[in-house]
Design a protein around this ligand. Structure first.
Ligand SMILES: Cc1cc2nc3c(=O)[nH]c(=O)nc-3n(C[C@H](O)[C@H](O)[C@H](O)COP(=O)(O)OP(=O)(O)OC[C@H]3O[C@@H](n4cnc5c(N)ncnc54)[C@H](O)[C@@H]3O)c2cc1C
Length: 537
């Protein structure tokens, strides 16, 4: 048997960062187990390439939510990455940290003083980052993670940015300095070589040849092995064989917001009644496991344009060949774009306050897979995304069989306040479309369409079209001592009530941040690796 200090379950955004830090900085011996493949198609390394796979299950597990009564029974798809690098290898590469207040609220909630505050987390963001155009005090320029300004912008994006300013919002040159209000261009995790910079590219690649790291891909962990209140190792499947491996210092779960609670529950850690109902013997009664699911959900307003200003059709026929060739020869053109280059952070209730909504500018027609009847054409989709939804969902087990996907109740728009905020967002997006220069490019609103004039029609539209922005968090949330629904101790990242078992992925967020979740996942993992190492000494 080999000697490992830690077994990390999941080689995604958080798992890659933790493996790198534990091995390189702390000299730990780490086994990293990843369910997906080590390599992905060359297309996935090109910034625009991920779009080809967004609707397929090649690198994504397509979870279907349980039918949502508040959405008239809709069962929307909530994908999760499968493959080395996890979400960072399949995502849209937007680099967005969130608002300072998100993290300061965590510090207040957790009662940890400075720890988990914006000032504290900023140091972790910075040390990971290699920003190509911004520096101190908010950015780092010497870290492994390449972060860049857009290399290519289409005419529709620039028109959106100008129109939103004409509507009264300020231009914001950097959304990552703690305040997001205003309109501007988004940064993304793309390198100077115009290739995706995943957590695997940035971090794991640095220790792949280190003998202290062992990586096993296409290896699916089924449960954590707990003996006398301590996690000793994991049981996993590889090539159809069930095996067990053990680690001296602990097991670290980084398998994402949907699968980390699933693994805990399959291991007997969770709500004891739920576990018993599925004939799983409870090891640790932790009712918070799988609760507190939060996600950024979004609803579109779509306009047809009067010309070719965006990306519709750029991925087909001779245009695709031209764009591909331009990318391969010159590393320029539409393939260097992630397809969504700008956004506006707005607050329809208050012209000055921090944003409550993010409105993305997607310069084409973009709806979820389960929506039919929307004409694909040259156009603009403005998706209104709730930054701090009040609705909560949950993850539970479907059965005690590891092969079964968990039951995901996303709860989108369950809280009436979320519906009302989205309606205000839709009206705000429409007001942007009435501003020059955007209005000069747009022909007609095709979704929901001019007939959806009043709040009730927008409410119906929101329920029909709401989809994930791919940012699930919170199902193993950190919480202070004495909080009965807390799952993870914010001082050591230990699962409460057990020794040697840690969680470090997006599931630990107590509340969702106002930014996209890849950058926070990596910063959390960097901090978590330090806390876990410190707790060992
Ligand atoms: C389509 C899509 C687009 C997105 N776009 C953006 C964006 O533009 N910007 C942004 O900031 N965020 C984006 N996100 C979200 C972001 O990528 C995730 O929040 C982040 O990657 C989550 O990190 P994580 O470590 O918590 O989980 P993940 O990165 O999902 O890692 C979990 C890993 O665990 C592995 N795993 C799961 N089960 C097991 C098991 N049983 N055994 C072993 N391994 C297992 C998975 O294969 C995966 O590699 C997007 C996500 C998706 C899916």
């Amino acid at each position: 048997m080999k000697d490992y200090d830690y077994i990390i379950v999941g080689g995604g955004s958080s798992g890659c960062v933790a493996a790198w830090r534990l091995v390189e900085e702390f000299g730990a011996r780490v086994l990293l187990l990843e369910a997906g493949a080590r390599r992905m198609s060359p297309l996935m390394h090109m910034p625009a390439g991920y779009m080809k796979y967004l609707g397929r299950d090649t690198y994504l597990d397509m979870h279907h939510m349980v039918p949502q009564p508040q959405l008239d029974g809709r069962s929307t798809i909530v994908p999760q990455a499968r493959g080395l690098g996890g979400g960072s290898s399949v995502n849209a590469m937007v680099y967005m940290r969130g608002q300072a207040a998100d993290y300061d609220n965590w510090a207040d909630m957790l009662g940890t003083g400075h720890d988990w505050s914006w000032a504290d987390m900023l140091e972790h963001f910075k040390v990971l980052e290699n920003n190509d155009h911004l520096g101190a005090p908010a950015h780092g320029n010497a870290g492994p993670l390449n972060v860049s300004a857009p290399f290519h912008r289409c005419a529709m994006t620039d028109a959106f940015v100008a129109a939103v300013q004409n509507a009264g919002e300020v231009f914001t040159p950097d959304f990552n300095g703690g305040r997001q209000r205003g309109v501007g261009y988004m940064q993304s995790t793309i390198g100077p070589d115009r290739r995706r910079c995943s957590a695997s590219d940035a971090f794991l690649s640095r220790v792949l040849d280190d003998p202290r790291l062992e990586l096993r891909t296409q290896t699916t962990v089924d449960r954590v092995l707990v003996e006398a209140g301590r996690a000793k190792g994991v049981e996993f499947r590889r090539n159809g064989r069930v095996e067990r491996l053990y680690a001296g210092s602990g097991v670290i779960l980084a398998s994402g917001t949907y699968i980390t609670p699933k693994l805990l529950m399959l291991s007997g850690i969770g709500d004891a009644d739920h576990l018993r109902s599925l004939e799983i013997a409870p090891v640790c009664d932790l009712p918070g496991v799988g609760r507190n699911l939060q996600d950024h959900c979004e609803v579109p307003v779509i306009f047809k344009s009067n010309g070719r200003y965006g990306y519709f059709g750029e991925d087909r026929g001779w245009r695709m060949l031209r764009n591909g060739l331009q990318y391969l020869l010159f590393r320029s053109g539409p393939v260097t774009s992630i397809g969504v280059e700008a956004c506006a952070f707005v607050n329809p209730d208050d012209a000055k306050a921090d944003a409550t909504l993010k409105i993305y500018c997607v310069p084409t027609v973009y709806v979820d897979r389960d929506i039919s009847g929307v004409e694909a054409c040259d156009g603009l989709t403005m998706t209104c995304c709730l930054l701090r939804p009040r609705s909560r969902g949950k993850v539970t087990l479907r059965s005690n069989r590891p092969d079964d996907m968990p039951l995901i109740d996303g709860g989108f728009l369950r809280d009436p306040h979320d519906v009302e905020t989205i309606i205000k967002g839709l009206k705000t997006a429409r007001s942007f479309a009435r501003q020059q220069p955007l209005t000069g490019l747009l022909e007609e609103e095709i979704v929901p369409g001019g007939t959806a004039a009043d709040d009730e029609a927008l409410r119906v539209h929101a329920k029909r079209m709401v989809k994930t922005n791919y940012h699930p968090v919170g199902t193993c949330r950190m919480g202070p001592d004495g909080d009965p629904s807390a799952v993870v101790d914010p001082k050591s990242m230990s699962v409460r009530g057990l020794e040697g078992l840690h969680v470090i992925d997006c599931s630990v967020m107590p509340t969702i941040v106002s930014g996209n979740t890849n950058a926070p996942a990596m910063a959390i993992a960097h901090k978590a690796a330090g806390l876990i190492h410190a707790a060992q000494r």
